[in-house]
Structure formats: structure tokens, C-alpha cells
Design a protein around this ligand. Structure first.
Ligand code: AHG
Ligand code: MN
Ligand code: MN
Length: 368
């Protein structure tokens, strides 16, 4: 009833495609299959305890952990299977990779292969699932390697990790679904960011948030402060200055938020601005950051940049980073452009050395 006048996701994709008269329908078909996967996950999430999908995943041998050593929830495993099932059959993908799979997934021999790769985190923020707080799915679409094109299907090699190690600037599309009070799909195909709300009556994503833009300035930041003793100096400085409020160097009060669901934080930031930080820290020297480059930082990075925001490692644009492994972690800062650039400036400035001499204090004229 409320959706009659709105553009559906299908209509939106068809109209977008008219800009590229030579384009086949594969890309649109892939996005629509991803949308169906997201709708299926939204339903599983909505049934909660009634659906028997809460809690940790277990086999006869006991609980399972993914390649990063994180305990898998039932819904992590289920959502991963839904993504595969919905996208593997159509001949649009050459392979898939996800947070929940150690190695790239090969398209089964009975299905044709296609010209895209799909990389995804099937359920982001899954520690929130048992407490009924928003979770999401996030994905990135890349082109598949050229050498697969000129061989018949049965002579093609498997896709390998190296095929997926493309910088975020090469993404063809990126998006996320947010399973919150409403289910939303937010998508960029490299021409701005558009938000669709799932109409539960029609089961269709309807364009409700065309050309989303992130405000350049903000007074809201998101960081897990329990890690503060492990932060590097530029992040400490940034947060301290925010916390100092009106009487501090920023001369305004800041607000904080932390949902522990990156997708949900990205959505809040798209809607009203803000800055999200999960920086590299010294907590575990084996982990250069918490979030994963290929299926968290890169898709969120493309969405941020396409909405006028910015995504950075703290030092440089996330989208420029050449990945070196499938499950690589990275420091991530994203959101309102002026704040992210400020954090990058703090990283570029020489490290402040504590000094008793007031002339060399942080805000003095003579900073070391
Ligand atoms: P995932 O559930 O896919 O492992 O990702 C969780 C991520 C991210 O969504 C969130 O921002 C962050 O981990 C939360 O980390 P903390 O538990 O350190 O707050
Ligand atoms: Mn995640
Ligand atoms: Mn996940």
C-alpha cells in the first residue's frame, strides 16, 4: 500500500543498466540473487529463537571456529550457505570467498561460471544476534580473472586466493543489508549510493533513500574504548580532543555510539554522519587491526567514498591498499570526510614526545 509509487530494486537496476547499452544482464541478475539471499537471512533472523537458529554452531565434535579462530554462530553458518545457494547456480560468478570459509569456494562443475567474484561477510556483528541487536550482511563484487574467459568451462582452472587480492578501487559494486527494525539494502554500483527498504508485504526492496550523502562534519564518533590503552598516539589524540568537548581544542561537544555491528554503524553514519574507528592497535601484534580488508573494509570503503565520505587505514585510503591475503585484517577509519582527513593528518604528523616544558605541550607553538 505504501510502496505503490516507489521504484523497485529490479526497476532501479534495469534503469541503471541503460547507461551501458552493451552490458549483458549478468550483473543485474547477480545483484538480484544477492538480494534474495539477504531476504532469506532477514527471515531467519526475524524468527530468532522460534526458528531454532540462535546460539553457537556445533557439529558432533563440538563447537566450530572459522579461519580467524572466532566461534561460529548457527546464523553465521546458515547465512554463509544461503549466500552460496542463491548465487552459485546462475552462471554469473567464477567463485566466492567469505569470512566463514578458509579457502575460496569453487562453483560446482554442473553450473556455468561467470565473470564476477563475490566476497562477503554473511553475518556481520553476529555477537549481537543472541541479544536481538541489529546485524547485517556485507559484500563486494569484483571482476574474475581474465584468463578464465578464453577457455571452455571444463578446461578452466580453479579460482585461487590470488584472484581475489584486488584493491578496493577495482570493486564493481558493494553493498550491505541491515537486519534492523526494518530490513534495508544499501548498494553502490559506482554511481552514488542508494538505499532500499524491504516492503514486508511485497517482499520487494523499494528505493527509499536515493543518492545518500554523508555530512562532511560530525559531532559523533564510534570506537570500542575498552581498547584505549592499546591505541596508537594519533587515535588517542583524536579521541582525547573529542572528549575534551567545548572547552577543548575542537571547541564542541561530541557524542559516542558503539553497536559492535560495523554494518549498523556504517548505516548510522550514512544517515546522519559520524566517524567509525577500529584502528590498528598494539593489543595483539599478530593482528594488524580487527576488521577484514576484503569483505568489511573494502565494501564499506566504496560505499563511504560513493556517498561523499572517506575510508582510511588511518594513513591512507583503504581502497588503494593492495591485499596480500584473503582474510587480511586492517585498521579502519571511515565516515564524515573532514573527520577522517583530520585523523589521517594526525597520523602524518610526527609523533608528539611528552615534554615537561610547556612550550612543547600538544597545543603549544613549538610542538616537537
Ligand atoms: P563479525 O561478527 O563479522 O565477526 O564482525 C564483528 C566486527 C564488527 O562488526 C564490529 O564493528 C566489531 O567486530 C566489534 O568488535 P568488538 O567486539 O571489539 O567491539
Ligand atoms: Mn563482520
Ligand atoms: Mn561475520
Amino acid at each position: 500500500m505504501l510502496s505503490n509509487h516507489r521504484t523497485t530494486l529490479t526497476q532501479f537496476l534495469i534503469e541503471e543498466r541503460r547507461r551501458f547499452p552493451l552490458a549483458g544482464g549478468d550483473f543485474n541478475a547477480l545483484i538480484l540473487d544477492i538480494a534474495i539471499a539477504c531476504k532469506a537471512i532477514a527471515r531467519a533472523v526475524a524468527f530468532g529463537e522460534l526458528g531454532g537458529v540462535m546460539g553457537n554452531h556445533a557439529t558432533e565434535q563440538g563447537g566450530t571456529v572459522n579461519v580467524q579462530g572466532e566461534v561460529q554462530k548457527k546464523l553465521d553458518v546458515l547465512s554463509n550457505a544461503v549466500f552460496i545457494r542463491r548465487t552459485e547456480w546462475a552462471g554469473n560468478l567464477a567463485g566466492l570467498a567469505s569470512e566463514e570459509m578458509d579457502q575460496p569456494y569453487q562453483i560446482p562443475k554442473q553450473h556455468p561460471r561467470g565473470k564476477y567474484l563475490l566476497v562477503f561477510d554473511p553475518l556481520d556483528g553476529s555477537s549481537n544476534i543472541d541479544v536481538n541487536v541489529s546485524v547485517g550482511s556485507i559484500f563486494s563484487v569484483l571482476r574474475s580473472p581474465k584468463d578464465l574467459d578464453d577457455m571452455p568451462r571444463d578446461q578452466q582452472r580453479d579460482v585461487v586466493e590470488a584472484d581475489f587480492l584486488q584493491p578496493g578501487s577495482l570493486q564493481v559494486a558493494a553493498g550491505y543489508a541491515l537486519y534492523g527494525p526494518t530490513t534495508m539494502l544499501v548498494l553502490t554500483v559506482g554511481n552514488g549510493v542508494n538505499g532500499f527498504t524491504l516492503d514486508p508485504n511485497l517482499g520487494e526492496f523499494m528505493l527509499t533513500h536515493p543518492l545518500m550523502q554523508i555530512p562532511e562534519d560530525t559531532q559523533e564518533f564510534a570506537i570500542n574504548a575498552s581498547n584505549s590503552r592499546f591505541w596508537e598516539t594519533p587515535i588517542k589524540r583524536y579521541v582525547d580532543e573529542c572528549l575534551a568537548g567545548k572547552t577543548g581544542p575542537r571547541a564542541k561537544d561530541f557524542n559516542t555510539r558503539w553497536i559492535a555491528s560495523m554494518v549498523a554503524e556504517a548505516h548510522r553514519i550514512l544517515m546522519r554522519g559520524g566517524v567509525f574507528m577500529y584502528p590498528r592497535d598494539t593489543k595483539d601484534p599478530g593482528k594488524p587491526g580487527r576488521l577484514r580488508l576484503l569483505y568489511e573494509a573494502n565494501p564499506v570503503g566504496m560505499i563511504m567514498e560513493q556517498a561523499g565520505g572517506r575510508a582510511s587505514t588511518g594513513e591512507r585510503a583503504v581502497l588503494g591498499v593492495q591485499p596480500d591475503s584473503l582474510h587480511q585484517r586492517i585498521g579502519l577509519v571511515f565516515g564524515s570526510r573532514n573527520e577522517v582527513e583530520r585523523i589521517e593528518r594526525y597520523h602524518a604528523e610526527p609523533v608528539h614526545v611528552e615534554s615537561d616544558n610547556p612550550l612543547f605541550a600538544v597545543r603549544s607553538l613549538f610542538r616537537n
